[in-house]
Design a protein around this ligand. Structure first.
Ligand code: ADP
Ligand code: MG
Length: 394
């Protein structure tokens, strides 16, 4: 259980010290890249034999998250373990945590896995969230406060990218929506008038040091993040400070160790409401790779290995565009390659592809970050890139 796990050190088998990650998606891939840059070996546990992170890790254990042999192998390989996916079952992290340093720990991940628990945590930390009620039984349904309508019914667990959500206007629609979601535990939230969406990525170490990236402004399309802009265009300084304070407060309230992202709504009246949080680096923090001196994945490596945290610095304004599988299809529905040479001819474009073999509509295939000396320039180039790719302006 010894930390720090020093870069360049070797394990008992004489091989470089290995950091492990539960989950093999693009976030795991970027963690692996950051860990490898510091000389660590890496291990990924993910059942998919072609997972983006597994493809580039030194070791890929292709079992399910709860497979005892898989977990044993991961522990045998790794000096410390992190997670890239909030739906890794908490019991798997608990098993690992009994034998190895695991950051974030099972309890923190469990809170983020359940929308009601997450909102309760925000409240404990003194952070407002949307008016809501748990819908778990017919009695809850019958008792649902009409003041929560029009609302959004969200599954309490396993939702992402707007999946597991239904907009509801009336009590009858609420009953139908709950049936359509399979009567699983849900949270009904009042639909709020959003002026903007922002998020904050923080990292906290075991000694209680908290550092943060700047506030990001996010645009979602059809429930999926489409664009992140930093500095957060049009968000006043006082609101940004409140968001930073709130993100720090919630990390402290959980004695959280690792990288945490908190999403917020800025409402039409200027008030700030926490939406949800992710116990890991976040899509809205991908720009940190190219626009900051330390990325969210660098900080994940540090919190996993038990190395010092220092405040990251934004060195360039940036705009990030998500690249969904839709871009790999032309208007007639035939597969195509996006026009990379034209996009890469623009100044300050950093292209990241995740190594996913088959594009599907709505699937996150990659992202690109535009950096520039000045925010207006980053935005102008990002708009050009978007136009070349066939993405709507923002
Ligand atoms: P996911 O886990 O899919 O990201 P979110 O709860 O963040 O789920 O919802 C996805 C998006 O839906 C949000 O980014 C926001 O644009 C919109 N949304 C969610 N909840 C509300 C709400 N209460 N009022 C208005 N818009 C909402
Ligand atoms: Mg969200």
């Amino acid at each position: 259980m010894k930390r720090p796990i020093l870069p360049g050190s070797t394990g008992p088998d004489g091989r470089p010290a290995t950091l492990g990650v539960m989950g093999g998606g693009q976030l795991g891939r970027m963690f692996v890249q950051a860990a490898q840059a510091m000389g660590y070996f890496t291990a990924v546990l993910d059942a998919d034999p072609t997972s983006p992170a597994g493809l580039i890790a030194h070791y890929h254990i292709d079992t399910g998250y709860l497979d005892e042999q898989g977990l044993a192998q991961l522990m045998q390989r790794c000096a410390a373990i992190t997670t890239e996916f909030e739906n890794v079952p908490a019991p798997a992290l608990r098993t690992l945590g009994a034998h190895r340093p695991v950051a974030p720990d099972a309890d923190a991940v469990a809170v983020c896995q359940h929308r009601a628990a997450e909102k309760a945590q925000f409240r404990r930390a003194g952070i407002p969230c949307a008016p809501h009620a748990a819908i778990e039984t017919d009695a809850d349904l019958a008792a649902a406060d009409p003041a929560l309508l029009p609302g959004i019914l969200k599954t309490a667990t396993l939702g992402y990218d707007g999946k597991g959500q239904v907009a509801v206007e009336s009590p009858a629609a609420l009953a139908e929506a709950w049936a359509a979601l399979g009567r699983v535990p849900c949270v009904l939230e009042r639909r709020l008038p959003l002026a903007a969406e922002i998020s904050v990525v923080v990292a906290r170490d075991a000694g209680g040091t908290v550092v943060h990236f700047p506030v990001q402004r996010n645009l979602h399309r059809a429930g999926i993040l489409a664009v992140t802009e930093v500095p957060a265009r049009g968000i006043d300084e006082a609101t940004q400070q409140r968001a930073l304070q709130a993100a720090r407060a919630v990390a402290e309230s959980m004695a959280y160790v690792g990288v945490l992202c908190v999403e917020f709504f800025v409402l039409d009246d200027g008030s700030l409401v926490a939406n949800e949080m992710a116990p890991r680096p976040h899509n809205s923090g991908h720009y940190t790779i190219d626009a900051c001196d330390l990325s969210q994945f660098d900080l994940q490596v540090r919190t996993t290995a038990g190395l010092p945290l220092v405040a990251p610095r934004l060195h360039s304004p940036a705009v990030m565009l998500n690249l969904l599988g839709d871009l790999w299809f032309d208007a007639a529905g035939a597969e195509r390659t996006p026009p990379w040479p034209r996009v890469l001819a623009l100044p300050g474009v950093h292209l990241h592809l995740y190594g996913k073999a088959s594009p599907r509509r709505g699937r996150k295939m990659g992202h690109l970050t535009v950096t520039a000396p000045e925010a207006g320039q980053a935005r102008a180039v990002a708009l050009e890139a978007a136009a070349l790719l066939g993405l709507p302006p923002f």
